[in-house]
Design a binder for this molecule. Structure first.
Ligand SMILES: Cc1ncc(COP(=O)(O)O)c(C=O)c1O
Length: 433
C-alpha cells in the first residue's frame, strides 16, 4: 500500500482489521501499513495460473502448500484453513475443550486467541506476562492451574517466541495441551526450533498484516501428532468422512447393498459423523490463496531478514534517548519482528505517552498503533466472567500503559527508517521541554 493511500479503518468492511488511517489532515510520512509482505510477478503468475485450473478449492495447490509449509516449519503435518482464528477454533475442538473447562491464556493478544475458547463454552484464565518479552510468564501459568484446566494457549508476541521449555514441562506435568498462536511468528525460532513445531498444535495467520499473506486472509495448523489429523480434517470440512473402503455391505436409509454393487455409487458418497458432540465447519482454503502462499513461502526468509535488519537499525538509532525503550531481544530467540514494540517510560521522558504519541503522529508524521489492550478489558469478555480491572499487573503496567508499535514491514526504506529515528528523537525532545 503506497504512502498516500486513502484506506481507513472506518470506511472499510473490516474496520481496524483492514486498515488504519485517521483522515484528519495530518501529513503522514511513515504510515502504519496493513500490508506486511511483498508481492511481485511470482504471486501474479501464481494467481493467473491457478485461475486456469479445474479445482478452485482444496486441490493440488493446497496440498503442495501444506507439504512445503510442513517442510519449511519442520513439522510432520500442516493443514490449511481460512484464518488463524478458524485454525485455533479447530484446535480447540480437537482438544475436546468444552463448557466447564478452563484454558490458560495470555492477555496480551488479539481477541481471536480468547474467542475460540469462549466459542466452545470454556473459560479463558489469564496468566500475566513477562515484563521484558511481553510473552506469557511460565511461573504465572503454574499459579493458574486448577483441576478444570485443559490447555495452555500462548502467543509469540510480536514474533518473539515464548519460553517454551518450562511451558512444555508444566504441560507435561499437568497433562495439558499447548496451542501456539503463531500469528506473529512465521520464521521465528526458539533455541533453533521453529515456531509452531514445539506445542501440540501451532496456528498461523496469513492475514494481510502478517509476515506472509495468502491474499489477505488464510491460516495453517501445524502438528507433529498423527492422532489429530483425522479430526482436524473433519472439523475444517463439515464433519465429512469417507465410507470405509474395507466394509463389504452398506445400509443407507433402509437400502441394503453389497459393496460389489456400489462400484460407481460409493466413491461419490460421503458420510458425516460428529466427534464427541463437535461438529465441523467450512474452513477450506481456496487454490489461489494456496498458490500465493507457496510463492510467499519462497520469500519468507528474505522478508524476515529485512524485518530483522530494519528493527536492529531502528533500535540502534533510538538507543540512549531518555525515556524511550527499544525492543528487548531474548538471546534464546530468533525474533521475527512482526511488530516493532517501543516502550515509553513517562518518568524518564518527563511527559506522558499520549503526549509523545500525539507529537510523533501530528508533528512528525509517524503513525503508531497499539497491540494490545489486555483481552479481559473488552466488554463482552469482561462481563462474561466478571474479570477484575487489573487482573494481570505486568500486562497493565509494563505493556498496556507504556507501549506502542511503530511501522514495521519489509517494504520500508532506509529513508523511512531514518525519518522514524529522527521523528522519535524530535518528539521526545519536544515533549520534554
Ligand atoms: C496474535 C493473533 N492471534 C490471532 C489472530 C487472528 O488471525 P486471523 O485474522 O488470521 O484470524 C491475529 C490477527 O491479527 C493475531 O494477531
Amino acid at each position: 500500500m503506497g504512502k498516500n493511500a486513502k484506506y481507513t479503518g472506518s470506511d472499510t468492511e473490516g474496520g481496524i482489521t483492514s486498515g488504519y488511517q485517521m483522515n484528519d489532515g495530518v501529513d503522514i510520512k511513515v504510515p502504519y501499513s496493513f500490508f506486511g509482505s511483498i508481492f511481485d510477478e511470482d504471486e501474479e503468475q501464481a494467481v493467473l495460473a491457478t485461475m486456469k485450473q479445474e479445482a478452485q478449492t482444496m486441490g493440488p495447490q493446497v496440498a503442495m502448500f501444506q507439504k512445503e509449509f510442513a517442510e519449511k516449519f519442520e513439522v510432520k503435518h500442516a493443514l490449511a484453513t481460512t484464518s488463524c482464528t478458524t485454525a485455533m477454533h479447530v484446535a480447540t475442538q480437537v482438544f475436546g475443550i468444552k463448557e466447564g473447562d478452563e484454558v490458560i491464556v495470555t492477555p496480551n493478544t488479539f481477541i481471536a486467541t480468547s474467542l475460540v475458547i469462549l466459542k466452545e463454552g470454556a473459560k479463558p484464565v489469564y496468566a500475566d506476562i513477562d515484563p521484558k518479552t511481553f510473552n506469557i510468564d511460565p511461573k504465572e501459568i503454574e499459579k493458574k492451574i486448577t483441576n478444570k484446566t485443559k490447555a495452555i494457549y500462548i502467543v509469540h508476541y510480536a514474533g518473539q517466541i515464548c519460553d517454551m521449555d518450562p511451558i512444555m514441562e508444566i504441560a507435561k506435568k499437568h497433562n495439558l495441551y499447548v496451542m501456539e498462536d503463531c500469528a506473529h511468528a512465521h520464521g521465528a525460532k526458539y533455541k533453533g526450533r521453529m515456531a509452531g513445531s514445539i506445542g501440540d498444535i501451532g496456528c498461523f495467520s496469513f492475514h494481510s498484516l502478517k509476515n506472509m499473506t495468502t491474499l489477505g486472509e488464510g491460516g495453517m495448523i501445524t502438528t507433529n501428532n498423527d492422532k489429530f489429523i483425522d479430526m482436524v480434517q473433519r472439523m475444517r470440512v463439515m464433519s465429512i468422512t469417507n465410507w470405509p473402503p474395507e466394509q463389504n455391505s452398506f445400509e443407507f436409509g433402509g437400502f441394503k447393498m453389497e459393496k460389489k454393487e456400489l462400484d460407481y455409487w460409493l466413491p461419490s458418497h460421503f458420510n458425516v459423523v460428529d466427534d464427541g458432540g463437535k461438529w465441523g465447519n467450512n474452513y477450506r482454503m481456496n487454490e489461489t490463496q494456496a498458490a500465493v502462499g507457496r510463492a510467499q513461502l519462497r520469500k519468507l526468509d528474505m522478508m524476515i531478514d529485512k524485518r530483522r535488519e530494519f528493527s536492529h537499525y531502528l533500535s540502534d538509532g533510538i538507543k540512549g534517548i531518555k525515556g524511550i525503550i527499544p525492543v528487548y531481544e531474548d538471546p534464546n530467540c530468533h525474533h521475527a519482528y512482526h511488530l516493532y514494540t517501543l516502550c515509553i517510560n513517562e518518568k524518564d521522558l518527563g511527559a506522558s505517552r499520549n503526549d509523545f504519541m500525539r507529537v510523533l503522529y501530528q508533528e512528525e508524521g509517524i503513525q503508531g498503533i497499539q497491540h494490545y489492550q489486555p483481552t479481559y478489558h473488552l466488554t463482552g469478555v469482561k462481563e462474561k466472567y466478571n474479570y477484575p480491572d487489573k487482573l494481570c499487573p505486568n500486562a497493565e503496567k509494563f505493556f498496556y500503559a507504556c507501549e506502542t508499535n511503530l511501522p514495521m514491514n519489509p517494504q520500508l526504506t532506509r529513508e523511512d527508517l531514518d525519518t522514524m529515528i529522527q521523528g522519535i528523537k524530535n518528539a521526545a525532545e519536544k515533549v520534554r521541554s
